[in-house]
Design a protein around this ligand. Structure first.
Ligand SMILES: Nc1ncnc2c1ncn2[C@@H]1O[C@H](COP(=O)(O)OP(=O)(O)OP(=O)(O)O)[C@@H](O)[C@H]1O
Length: 486
């Protein structure tokens, strides 16, 4: 086996690397700082600069981009079989939960909006969150559940229910971490409020310039913390004392930026004491919890655990090679021996991913390439095409390891094993790439390519961590490969 120390080199590059994901989100608004590589219709990209051999783990850190990607590719509600945990501020008050939207006694225009969106009944988190948010007197809420479980729809419905359209001033304020995420939430407000045209929405986002001295008449304002703060303090477009509902969305993404955290707290401090405070987050680390408590006094708390992924139904193998060319050769042998409907192949760097996608195309495969230099919208389009089966192989770096459930993918190949920036096995990413939730409990096949002592060591540590044996596979023996497909 080769004993090259690519991992070390990769670590050094990573230490020096700027967060590519963050750069992308900014590029759209702040004018591109670099030329974009050309992306063809099928998402195949030719890497054109030496950025491409940097590891792409840092993209994983870009939670705003990941969150936006999730929203763009989501086709419907994520169902979970887990139970909602509810912690009431006043344990003596009865705990209401609803099984239908009718029970909520919504304004007819809003019920019409809900049904027009195709919602038949409340999602799990909505069953508990909606009665709390719509209660009189208003109750504060901290809610945590994974992306796609219906949080946005819930607080949008609460905001629309609480405004008085006769009053021509902002009454609900919603802050989102980025421009794009604010726009996405705005779209939901517009859709759900489509039969309630008296209620108007304003966007407090960069580039939305209003004349000094004017007052906003729209009842709902959605924006990013910096601009919302400016509109309240410097420009006085909004009178914060008249706000009845304050929503802080994507708290976990928000706190990734220190400035946002401070701005959010400053906004919150200006609101009246009886303003309803609502905070939503997909995850709930300690830091999110601390922040949430500063934003939401006397909260009710609702938590919904995410569905656990497991390796139980997955057959795992490893293949020994000496170089990336040998890994590619092994891959061709696997493709020659078994029928693979759709596969995802993970590489550590863009450069390897670009190279591999090119080689596979030359072999006649229909390949899509997904990597960090693409705009989030481009990534979403590539994933959509792959889901529709237009391409059979998706070569990717870590950027899409999370958030995409492509049920028909039966084979996952780790062309490079996932390692964190310290060169340790990234077990969590391994599980996300390969694991399946109970719902998609179909059998799957995972093949790990090993090309150095370093990667063999990583593999051993992954085996130990999950306490699951990863079998050796000889890809020069076609009979042996055929057996793994059965
Ligand atoms: N009660 C419902 N019935 C059917 N579909 C729903 C319901 N509530 C929400 N949805 C849909 O499910 C998807 C996810 O909902 P939503 O965006 O509100 O989730 P979320 O938890 O806020 O996720 P994220 O934070 O990523 O936006 C959306 O497409 C939304 O339109």
């Amino acid at each position: 086996m080769a004993t090259d120390s690519w991992a070390l080199a990769v670590d050094e590059q990573e230490a020096a690397a700027e967060s590519l994901g963050t750069l992308q989100i900014k590029e759209k608004d702040d004018k591109p700082k670099t030329e974009k590589p050309s992306v063809e219709a099928n998402g195949t990209t030719k890497p054109e600069d030496n950025e491409s051999d940097k590891p792409e783990d840092e993209d994983k850190e870009d939670r705003a981009a990941q969150s936006l990607l999730n929203k763009l590719i989501r086709s419907n509600l994520v169902n979970t079989t887990n139970q909602v945990e509810v912690l009431q501020r006043d344990p003596n008050s009865p705990l209401y939960s609803v099984k239908s939207f009718e029970e909520l006694r919504l304004k007819p225009q809003l019920l019409q909006g809900v049904y027009a969106m195709g919602f038949n009944r409340p999602s799990k988190i909505q069953e508990n969150a909606l009665p709390m948010m719509l209660a009189e007197p208003p109750q504060n809420l901290i809610a945590q559940s994974q992306s796609g479980t219906g949080k946005t729809a819930a607080f949008v419905l609460a905001m629309l229910s609480h405004v008085d359209p006769a009053n021509k001033w902002p009454q609900c304020l919603c802050v989102s971490p980025t421009y794009e995420l604010a726009l996405q939430t705005g779209k939901v407000i517009e859709q759900m409020g489509q039969f309630y045209p008296e209620v108007k929405l304003a966007y407090a986002i960069r580039g939305n310039k209003l004349e000094r001295g004017m007052k906003i008449q729209e009842q709902i304002v959605i924006g990013t913390p910096g601009t919302v703060l400016d509109w309240c303090v410097k420009l006085k477009f909004i009178d914060p004392k008249k706000i009845k509902v304050f929503v802080l969305d994507e708290a976990d993404v928000m706190i990734a930026t220190q400035g946002h955290q401070d701005q959010s707290i400053r906004i919150q401090r200006m609101l009246p004491k009886d303003c309803q405070m609502l905070l939503f987050s997909a995850t709930f680390e300690d830091s999110v919890w601390k922040f949430a408590q500063r934003i939401v006094p006397d909260p009710n708390i609702i938590k919904l655990k995410r569905e656990e992924e497991t390796l139980d139904t997955i057959k795992q193998y490893y293949v020994l090679c000496n170089s990336k060319e040998e890994k590619f050769h092994a891959l061709c042998n696997i493709y020659g021996a078994i029928t693979i409907a759709q596969a995802m192949i993970f590489c550590h760097t863009r450069k390897t991913a670009g190279w591999l996608a090119g080689e596979l195309s030359r072999e006649g495969h229909q390949v899509a390439l997904l990597s960090g230099e693409m705009m989030v919208e481009q990534r979403a389009a590539v994933i959509e095409r792959f889901r529709e089966g237009k391409e059979k192989v998706l070569v990717t770096t870590n950027v899409c390891a999370r958030g995409i459930d492509v049920e028909q993918v039966s084979v996952v190949i780790n062309f490079d094993l996932p390692v964190d920036k310290d060169g340790n096995p990234d077990n969590e990413t391994y599980l996300h790439r390969i694991g399946r939730t109970g719902r998609f409990g179909k059998r799957g096949l995972a093949i790990n390519m090993i090309d150095s002592k370093f990667s063999m060591n990583i593999l051993n540590r992954i085996q130990e961590h999950f306490n699951k044996k990863i079998e050796k596979l000889d890809t020069d023996d076609l009979d042996e490969i055929e057996k793994i497909a059965n």
